[in-house]
Design a protein around this ligand. Sequence first.
Ligand code: ADP
Ligand code: MG
Length: 332
Amino acid sequence: MAQVNQAPDSKAPAAGAAIAADGLVFAYGERRALDGVSFAIQKGEKHGFLGPNGSGKSTLFKLLSTLVPLQQGRVTMLGLDLAREAAAIRRKLGVVFQSPAVDKKLTVRENLHYGGLLLGLGGASLRARCDEMLAAANLGDRAADLVGELSGGLRRRVEIAKCLLGQPELVLLDEASTGLDPAARRDLWTVLKAIPGLTVVFTTHLMDEAAEADRLTLLDQGKVVAAGAPAALMREVGGQVLDLEATDAAALANELQRELGVTARVLDGALRLDGERVHELVPAIVQRFGARVLRLSLAHPSLQDVFLLRTGKRFVVTEPDPAPKKGRRRKS
Ligand code: ADP
Ligand code: MG
């Protein structure tokens, strides 16, 4: 329904582009998980893909991390063509999957060490690189701990440290902060943002994490529904958002239209008004309809409102993955 707000540069790969994707389609059998997705990500950018479950984030992540072949469309990554130069791209990537990929029976340092051996590192340079990454991820005093005994947040930091060992130019993270509390999530971002010039592409279904991005692409049902800096996207919604709960929402919407000339949308039985001057309506609404209003709230637009404006749907947040197993003693 809504028009797509594509970044103007999405068709032409700019010189500073880390990734330029054009017209990506990926189908599992008949089902299109990605349906004509285009975007451009600049070097050094922290770029988030935000969307509800099933919107195609993990499929896009698998394509970019070269795990599944390109079916349709074109992708240039770090100056290389994804269809023809996947192996060369892989050497420049660091990848953190949605499911943990560290060995719980090994210590933190052993996990990094073996990760480094797989990358072809070794000897003194590998030891030095491990020390460097342990320090960067603030894990220096945990090096000898078994990963299985660490909290979810620390374990994620081990994965980040491991993915940075090979000095990637581009890091891809799929729902990397799922299951982490807000403090652990902030720690993870502190580590990533401290690495100069690193391009980070991440997927999330969490609005507050999405706000960490320099730029965002909002996905719904395999399509781009909005793109831009979080603040710019929210400005686009308008000045403020007025939510009204009333005993008879649909009838009230009609009366608001008739008496005040304003259009309210009915969403899940409540009314929503947005726009630059929506706050000016509050006195008139309270005066005329106050007795029927159960709740009235005025707020700045959120990314949730951007999604709503673009898709006409609320963003239903559910956990994509089971929470870490319970009943195990965890240190933090
Ligand atoms: P997200 O990560 O945003 O939740 P996914 O990329 O995992 O989205 O899924 C996008 C769509 O593709 C969903 O409809 C999902 O059911 C479908 N899908 C994902 N993986 C597979 C698969 N291996 N086989 C068939 N369908 C899949
Ligand atoms: Mg996913």
